[in-house]
Ligand binder design. Structure first.
Ligand code: GAP
Length: 445
């Protein structure tokens, strides 16, 4: 179970520059978050590793990068305008609004203490509205996409024609999605704008069950590769009556967050719901002809959907460790906080730490940092004692620290310290690129 509370994690994230609260100098904007210098590296590494695993290393997968705002008819056809809703209730006393399925309606209002005074649940549409152009009326109304999926259906025929892919194949996309959530919260877990990584895998209708099992296995493999603690991950079969409007089967992959067991990812069998509806609404033919048999059919779809922000959160929670460790003083220990990221996800791969600020050391250390930075994300730090600098790098999950000391000037070697074992070894500077190549390339994105 969780070894770290959300408070601790949020404080570390803010103090070290992983995630800040958004618009802070203006008093913030409730539940908006900015990824800082380390956060953007971690999130980019997650997205790149995902793209590499599910797109570029596979012959049956291609990607797109579509517009965030699509023709509003897309959302009519997909069913989102009619059914992408959450049940909303309002406290009659203080007018605080809640998601009816997330509170006990017989309990007192969390804000004012009023009891049993909620309005009846009403369907609240989560689509984020805007206007295109200067007229703010119904003819100019448009929506920020609530999922990236629809562009993969709308562009299906163009992708098929240009790539000449054969079923089974998938179209992937990674990008921002917007939902006017009634109750965002729990740090970056539920936001009104977030990054989705998902793909639509097009298949013959007869193959859906085996395809579903295959992708469920692949999703668990990905979870392991991210260093997400498998003992905190559970599959949840969504009961028939709770399925989304487009799904015939959904399995949510849940994670034990400090605030409870909640969704990490979703895997859905969307049948031919989307392609058939877009064909009906647009008049386009969205079907496939099997070149071997001549059979014409509308492909069915299995969709693995991954939230990048929830991946980020589960990776941080799984990586966080506190342990007693020796300090630089003989016989002394203290508590060290260490983020044990898999090296390919770590925001900084190598820290270069000259033992002193003296020119002869810092010039060697800086030129080494510049050399290694051509290949890996490197941080250069010459402030504070070496013990404190090691602890800081542990806290941001840097797998390797390189210390440049006065012996370096003679033996042209440095000390490399491993984050997890804290073991140190002397490595000749000229051999460092090959050394890190072998250490960091195993799973490097
Ligand atoms: N195309 C299918 C789809 O969008 P979903 O279960 O609604 O399915 C997919 O969303 C994933 O997006 C979720 O499993 C979760 O990881 C992430 N997600 C959903 N809502 C979110 C929110 N408000 N904030 C952050 N991530 C969210």
């Amino acid at each position: 179970m969780a070894t770290v509370t959300m408070d601790k994690l949020v404080n570390l994230a803010k103090a070290r520059g992983f995630v800040f609260s958004g618009s802070e100098i203006y008093g913030g904007l409730a539940n908006s978050w900015d990824y800082g210098p380390l956060g953007v590296e971690l999130k980019n590494n997650i997205k790149q590793a995902w793209w590499k695993k599910f797109v570029t290393t596979r012959l049956d997968m291609v990607g797109i990068d579509a517009a965030l705002i699509m023709n509003p008819k897309v959302w009519e056809a997909s069913g989102h305008l009619a059914t992408f809703t959450d049940p909303l209730v309002e406290c009659k006393q203080c007018h605080e609004r809640y998601r009816a399925d997330q509170i006990d309606l017989s309990a007192a209002c969390a804000k004012c203490g009023g009891k049993g005074t909620y309005t009846d649940p009403a369907a609240f549409n989560l689509m984020m509205k805007t206007w295109l152009g200067p007229k703010e009326d119904a003819t100019a109304t448009a929506y920020f996409r609530p999922e990236t999926a629809q562009a993969m259906f709308v562009d299906f025929d163009q992708v098929l024609t240009t790539t000449r892919k054969r079923v089974p194949f998938g179209i992937a996309q990674c990008g921002r999605a917007f939902r006017n959530e009634i109750t965002p919260g729990n740090f970056i877990f539920r936001q009104r704008e977030f990054d989705l990584m998902e793909f639509e895998y097009f298949i013959h209708p007869n193959d859906w069950e085996k395809t579903f099992e295959y992708w469920l296995g692949q999703m668990h493999e990905w979870i392991k590769e991210c260093g997400i603690d498998a003992s905190r991950v559970h599959d949840h079969e969504i009961p028939k009556e709770e399925l989304a409007h487009y799904s015939k089967r959904t399995v949510d992959i849940e994670f034990d967050y400090p605030f409870g067991l909640k969704e990490l990812y979703g895997l859905a069998y969307r049948t031919d719901f989307d392609l058939s509806n877009h064909a009906k609404h647009s008049g386009a033919r969205l079907e496939y002809t099997d070149p071997a048999t001549g059979e014409k059919y509308v492909p069915h779809v299995v969709e693995p959907a991954f939230g990048a922000d929830r991946t980020f959160l589960a990776v941080m929670l799984s990586a966080y460790h506190e342990e007693e460790a020796p300090t630089s003083k003989e016989g002394e220990t203290d508590t060290r906080v260490v983020l044990r990221f898999p090296p390919h996800l770590a925001p900084i791969k190598i820290a270069i730490l000259p033992l002193s600020k003296k020119d002869e050391l810092s010039s060697v250390a800086k030129s080494l940092a510049e050399r290694l930075a051509k290949q890996w994300r490197v941080e250069y730090d010459e402030t504070q004692s070496i013990g404190r600098r090691y602890r800081r790098q542990d806290e941001i999950g840097t797998p390797y620290c390189v210390t440049v000391d006065f012996d370096t000037l003679q033996d042209k070697a440095v000390t490399v310290r491993d984050r997890d074992t804290m073991k140190q070894e002397r490595v000749v500077i000229e051999e460092l690129p090959a050394y890190f190549q072998s250490k960091l390339s195993l799973t490097a994105a």
